[in-house]
Write a protein that binds this ligand. Structure first.
Ligand SMILES: Cc1cc2nc3c(=O)[nH]c(=O)nc-3n(C[C@H](O)[C@H](O)[C@H](O)COP(=O)(O)OP(=O)(O)OC[C@H]3O[C@@H](n4cnc5c(N)ncnc54)[C@H](O)[C@@H]3O)c2cc1C
Length: 149
């Protein structure tokens, strides 16, 4: 296997071509990681959620990290780590933009809307649209050397 560092353009390509990430936040020294769907546009990741632990934690401590990974042939992979800042989108225009971006994907909203204890879409006003403003990106790729041309 050959491991190499991805350039910035290669990192943004991974973000543009994938929609599942693992969002990490922290509060009072404790980490918390959850899978989320996102859309990438203009140096930001856009996402949607119901209120809950991650929203509460990111409101209190907006510095976050998101891991996005992509599988290739055999054991090949690419992964990108985004370091950034959580920002809610109270502005109607920005929410509509995020909605348009996320709704390109079939059923993108379902995991964010489902909660074990609250009925689905019971109260639309609870929904939180947010973005992660990208501060720093890093990426790595693993290539099978015997698959290289
Ligand atoms: C493929 C996929 C895509 C998803 N996309 C989104 C999305 O776009 N937006 C979104 O908001 N959510 C999404 N989810 C669900 C998300 O991972 C969380 O389960 C959900 O958002 C609730 O998070 P919360 O912090 O509000 O937890 P809360 O409902 O507040 O619950 C907190 C407690 O439940 C546990 N918990 C919460 N989520 C999980 C989990 N996934 N697995 C195990 N334990 C858990 C925590 O450890 C914590 O103790 C997705 C899940 C999957 C698998």
């Amino acid at each position: 296997m050959l491991i190499r560092t991805l350039g910035k353009l290669e990192c943004t390509k991974v973000l543009a071509e994938n929609r599942l990430g693992h969002l990490a936040c922290a509060r009072e020294g404790r980490p918390y990681v959850v899978p989320i769907y996102f859309g990438y546009e203009g140096n930001c990741l856009y996402a949607f959620s119901m209120p809950g632990k991650k929203i509460e934690w990111m409101r209190a401590s907006p510095v976050v990290s998101v891991l996005v990974e992509e599988r290739g042939r055999g054991r090949e992979w690419k992964s990108v780590i985004v370091d950034g800042n959580y920002e809610e989108l109270p502005d109607r225009f920005q929410r509509n933009r995020a909605w348009a971006l996320l709704s390109k994907y079939y059923d993108w909203w379902e995991p964010g809307a489902f909660k074990p204890v609250t009925p689905l879409m019971a109260d639309h006003s609870d929904h939180v649209f947010f973005r992660i403003l990208i501060d720093q990106l890093s990426g790595r790729e693993a290539k099978e050397t015997d698959l290289l041309p």
